[in-house]
Ligand binder design. Structure first.
Ligand code: NAI
Ligand code: 15L
Length: 268
């Protein structure tokens, strides 16, 4: 049966806020969790991923988990270690102990961010491309994917790891024209990841069907994902404002874009 009650971690964040609006239309009852309280959501669980007891209680009785919580940009390693590496482990342990069947893990393009972006007639980046994290942040997403594989192989806990490109209301850079995932497509992909059968541990690229796509969406489509959006209508304006990508600029040469040379920028 399709999952009904879904725990959404990171529900106060940018993506969490978008998905809180869109996912109920698919029939889900969302249980919300975040470090920060959420305006207008008095029932949301306010908890840190470090709090194992709170996690155990939060996952009890849910059919699936969408795991968005964590540090979402580059940060000092110690902070990434606590929130993304230990935090994701704590969540998987709680899920295993409580018998939750499936997790949809918000991985990132930055797990493979040092992969050169396709140019000219180069093929799209396949989903089994070797891991090439571009940051400690990306490294934590690589860890999450390995953790997911391990929990599937050892305990039969299923995961779809979604390497999200850039999920925002609109693309705001020329790079995002290639990796943008519209919020509507984001919800479609999460719904597919929650409902496809026998996923084991599946890794998918998460973006819309962009004209300027850099990566292959085959494994996402195999889950039943049918993207409806394309960033192309935003292209002319963004290129006029920012100029086209310059292959001699390091920040334009890789899938991860500017992350390949960003300093830690996490604000807290
Ligand atoms: P965000 O930074 O807006 O939201 C993350 C949320 O996690 C925040 O509300 C924060 O309070 C919460 N959080 C952080 N540490 C926590 C902890 N220790 N315990 C409990 N909650 C904690 O990030 P955004 O953009 O909403 O991204 C959500 C997830 O998707 C993140 O895991 C991010 O790495 C991933 N992702 C997002 C992309 C995007 O385009 N928005 C692209 C690729 C990956
Ligand atoms: C990410 O992983 C970040 O969480 C998000 O804020 C964006 O920066 C996105 O990647 C991106 O690559 O644009």
């Amino acid at each position: 049966p399709a999952p009904r009650t879904v725990l959404l971690t990171g529900a106060a964040g940018g993506l969490g806020t978008l998905m809180r609006d869109l996912l109920p239309e698919y029939g889900y009852r969302l249980r919300l969790l975040d470090l920060r309280p959420i305006d207008g959501e008095p029932d949301a669980i306010v908890a840190d991923l470090a709090d194992k007891e709170a996690l155990r209680e939060a996952v009890r009785g849910v059919d699936a988990i969408i795991h968005l919580a964590g540090i979402s940009l580059e940060a000092p390693f110690e902070k990434i270690l606590k929130a993304n590496i230990e935090g994701t482990y704590n969540l998987y342990e709680a899920a295993r102990e409580e018998g939750v069947a499936r997790i949809v893990f918000a991985s990132s393009n930055h797990a493979v961010g040092f992969t050169p972006r396709p140019q000219g007639d180069d093929p799209l980046i396949p989903v089994d491309t070797p891991r090439r994290p571009d940051t400690f942040y990306g490294l934590s997403k690589s860890f999450g994917e390995d953790l997911a594989q391990f929990y599937w192989d050892k305990y039969g806990l299923e995961t779809v790891s979604v390497r999200i490109g850039s999920c925002f209301p609109e693309p705001t850079s020329v790079r995002m024209l290639s990796v943008w995932m519209s919020p509507g497509d984001g919800a479609r992909l999460l719904h597919a990841a929650l409902t496809a059968e026998d996923v084991g541990h599946t890794v998918v690229h998460g973006s819309s069907a962009n004209t300027r796509l850099w990566w292959d969406l085959t494994s996402a489509r195999a889950l039943g994902y049918a993207p409806q959006d394309d960033s192309e209508p935003y292209a002319e304006k963004l290129i006029a404002e920012q100029g086209d990508l310059d292959p001699t600029n390091e920040a334009h040469a890789y899938l991860g874009g500017h992350f390949v040379n960003d300093p830690p920028i996490w604000p807290y």
